[in-house]
Design a protein around this ligand. Structure first.
Ligand code: UT7
Length: 330
């Protein structure tokens, strides 16, 4: 049997309506539009409505990806949701998405937590499962409602994040030079504390005091994460190119995790690839964690930035500190 490569059949994304600008934040914490823009490149981010859970946003993104692929929910037999903000700790967000979209009960449904690298990890997982020949069509969603785990009194983190969702529908192709060429995943597990939600898990369940101290919110050592982000993304990008004999200048578009424009600029310098080969929308959404790459991928594709035959590089990093890359021939 020829080996099957995973191909993207459709993309979709969803951003909640409410826009929170840097000016708005300057009324909430001691910060300024100038500081946020110069340090991160972010101008605004979207915030989900109180009644809008991660699965609701995931469903909207998924519906657009299914329409784009020309497929019906009934044709999906594998559903993976990459998220750190599921509707509930259990069951998985994927189960809610399945139910809302009317995806068959014979579909494998689960969540994957690799934080901001979650979409790249989920893409690799889905591609391997499709490649086994035991699944035919996969829906991979990256979605986050980070506004629920942000400490809105901590100016070092609350200016960085936003809500949203992105999705892809995957199928298989027997053409060897189309689809997912390869992936390279990794994790610097000795830096778990650099970016984490310290309480509310089995190590340290929430108490009235921990909630009052907002310890169920994101805590981050920004400078440490910045350095590891650049190291991990550079390593993941370089390794995958070398592994598959692709030169950096053969890449048509890099879709990096959208966390900070300065991180993206550093990767552009390290890879000696000009910024016009990098897709950037961090200015409009901030960091949406697992949703950032699929939202960017959808916008890039719909905006005509990706053409058949193009080589596209996805590269991410996140809490863990996880990192990963995926090389795709469109
Ligand atoms: O998906 C992974 C998510 N994480 C990341 O990508 C984060 C990676 N790290 C970063 O992006 C950057 O480290 C930050 C944007 C978080 C911070 O930028 P920085 O250039 O590393 O700033 P800094 O932390 O060194 O802070 C510089 C100053 C400090 O004041 P002092 O100590 O110099 O007086 C901070 O207290 O800026 C202050 N500061 C702020 N000022 C205004 C920190 N946050 C703010 C703020 N507004 N929001």
């Amino acid at each position: 049997m020829p080996s099957l490569s995973a191909i993207i059949l459709g993309t979709g994304s969803y951003a909640p309506e409410r826009v929170l600008t840097n000016e708005d934040l300057a009324h909430m914490v001691e910060t300024s539009d100038e500081w946020i823009r110069s340090r991160t490149g972010i101008r605004e981010r979207r915030i989900a409505a109180p009644e809008e859970a991660a699965s609701d946003m995931g469903v909207k993104a998924a519906q657009r990806a299914l329409d784009d692929a020309g497929l019906k929910p009934a044709e999906i037999d594998l559903l993976i949701v990459a998220t750190i903000t599921p509707d509930m700790p259990m069951p998985a967000c994927a189960c809610f998405v399945q139910q809302k979209l009317g995806i068959p009960s014979t579909t494998a449904c689960f969540d994957l937590n690799a934080a901001c690298s979650g979409f790249v990890y989920a893409l690799d997982t889905a591609a391997a499962m499709l490649g086994s020949g035991r699944y035919r069509k996969a829906l991979v969603i990256g979605v986050e409602k980070l506004s629920t785990v942000i400490d809105w009194q901590d100016r070092t983190t609350c200016v960085l994040f936003g809500d949203g969702g992105g999705a892809v529908v995957l199928g298989t192709s027997a053409e060897p030079d189309r689809g997912l060429i390869g992936t390279r995943l990794g994790c610097y597990g000795d830096s778990t504390e650099a970016l984490c939600i310290p309480r509310g898990g089995s190590r340290s369940p929430s108490t009235a005091e921990s909630i009052a101290a907002r310890d169920h919110c994101i805590r981050m050592k920004g400078k440490e994460v910045f350095k590891l982000a650049v190291r991990g993304m550079d390593e993941a990008a370089r390794d995958i190119l070398e592994q598959h004999g692709v030169r950096a200048d053969q890449i048509s578009l890099v879709i990096p995790h959208q966390a900070n424009l300065r991180i993206i600029e550093a990767i552009s310098q390290y890879l000696e690839l000009p910024m016009d080969r990098f897709f950037v929308n961090v200015d409009r959404y901030g960091n949406t964690s697992a949703a950032s790459i699929p939202i960017a991928l959808d916008e890039a594709r719909r905006g005509g930035r990706i053409k058949p035959g193009d080589i596209v590089l996805l590269v991410a990093f996140g809490a863990g500190l996880t990192y990963g890359s995926a090389l795709i021939r469109w």
